[in-house]
Design a protein around this ligand. Structure first.
Ligand code: FE2
Length: 382
């Protein structure tokens, strides 16, 4: 038996530390940087906070701010075009979509002959990407810590998976997440919880990913509601930022399971924010997997992380863990059923077919999931 995990090279973590970004760029030996972001970051002034200290130490700093959420191949193509100016550093500042596009930009800067579509799949980036610093402004996707970049191709999420996507520096300033409105705080935080729990249940889990996943679960259970209710509580924000990154490391290595296959299926079709669909699916996928023989012991550990008590019976642990997640969804005012999202009941069979095609996620699920299983699960979610 053996296992391995891959990590970002360096993590800089704190609050009110934007001025340290210049030093990080210098440590990387950079001269010409491209900042990848979106218009919201520009409006919030977060891009400025990073751009100014970078301008003080670098010869050239350009900004690409055209990233849209759930970026399509057309956006990725634009990013690739914007990257062709001999940049030796890419700095991504934003939510998961922005960070994913920063990964594409750093790959493109080192691979001028490759189109965005040529990066799709596993290990398709030819030359190692140029240096990148990833600065998350949400606490959820964990993209800052994963080797994946997701692109929407013909309505479906496809991954660019490569160790070259790992950040040289993950730069987390928790004050950047304090501008998130409560609803975004809620669903991005629940996305992080789904990463931690799905990675922990994944057949790809190992003792290292487990420790990251469990630590993330505890932090989210203790701090997400506080961050949702009192967005200016910096301690809760810091704990959530840390948890999202830890969960990112866990699922970046162990992978997520059928929950994300389902969340991607209806999220893409009905344009539901990813965190909302991941949160909605989470208790159902926990329930579905709880009956798998190997999962019982794992449910006890999840329950301890979430509710802080040791429970002897696996069955009781599973039901307490699931109840805890359900009550979080309710208190965070997130939808609990597909019908609340106006998903037509007659579409469920199409969704089940989409889920069944997501073999990558399903093969890591601890309980087998066929077309009929997916259909039953979707009906219960409706
Ligand atoms: Fe997710």
């Amino acid at each position: 038996m053996y296992y391995a995990i891959q990590l970002p090279k360096r993590v800089v973590f704190g609050s009110g530390i934007a001025d340290k970004i210049g030093g990080e760029a210098k440590l990387l030996g950079a001269k010409r940087a491209l900042i990848v972001t979106d218009e919201t970051m520009e409006k919030k002034g977060l891009c400025d906070k990073v751009e100014k200290p970078l301008r003080e130490v670098l010869e050239e700093v350009e900004v690409f701010d055209k990233v849209e959420s759930e970026p399509t191949l057309a956006i990725a193509d634009e990013v690739v075009r914007a990257s062709k100016n001999n940049y030796d550093l890419v700095v991504g500042i934003g939510g998961g979509s922005v960070l994913d596009m920063a990964k594409v930009a750093s790959a493109a800067a080192a691979n001028p002959e490759q189109e965005a579509s040529a990066f799709l799949g596993a290990n398709k980036i030819k030359n190692p990407s140029v240096s990148k610093i990833l600065i998350p402004t949400t606490a959820g996707t964990g993209s800052e810590a994963t080797p994946f970049a997701l692109v929407v191709v013909e309505g479906k999420k496809k991954a660019i998976a490569s160790s070259y996507n790992l950040a040289d520096v993950v730069f987390i300033d928790a004050t950047f997440t304090a501008t998130m409105p409560p609803r975004v705080t809620a669903f991005t935080g629940m996305d992080a919880l789904s990463h931690a729990i799905e990675a922990f249940l994944s057949l790809g889990a190992n003792p290292l990913t487990d420790s990251f996943a469990l630590e993330a679960m505890g932090k989210i259970s203790n701090n997400l509601e506080e961050a949702f209710l009192h967005g200016d509580n910096l301690n809760a924000r810091m704990e959530m930022s840390l948890a999202a990154m830890l969960a990112g490391i866990a699922f970046g290595n162990a992978g997520v399971i059928a929950g994300h296959a389902i969340a991607h299926a209806f999220g893409a079709r009905y344009k539901v924010p990813h965190g909302v669909s991941a949160a909605l699916t989470l208790p159902y996928i926990m329930e579905y997997n709880a009956s798998a023989p190997a999962v019982g012991a794992r449910m006890k550990e999840i329950a301890t992380a979430l509710v802080g008590e040791k429970i002897e019976s696996a069955e009781e642990a599973a039901s307490k863990a699931i109840a805890c997640v359900r009550s979080m969804i309710e208190r965070l005012e997130l939808p609990a059923r597909l019908s609340e999202l106006n998903v037509p009941k007659e579409d469920l069979s199409k969704l089940a077919e989409d889920v069944e095609k997501e073999k990558g996620y399903l093969k890591r699920n601890p309980r087998e999931m066929g077309l009929e299983d997916a259909m039953k699960l979707l009906e219960s979610m409706w």
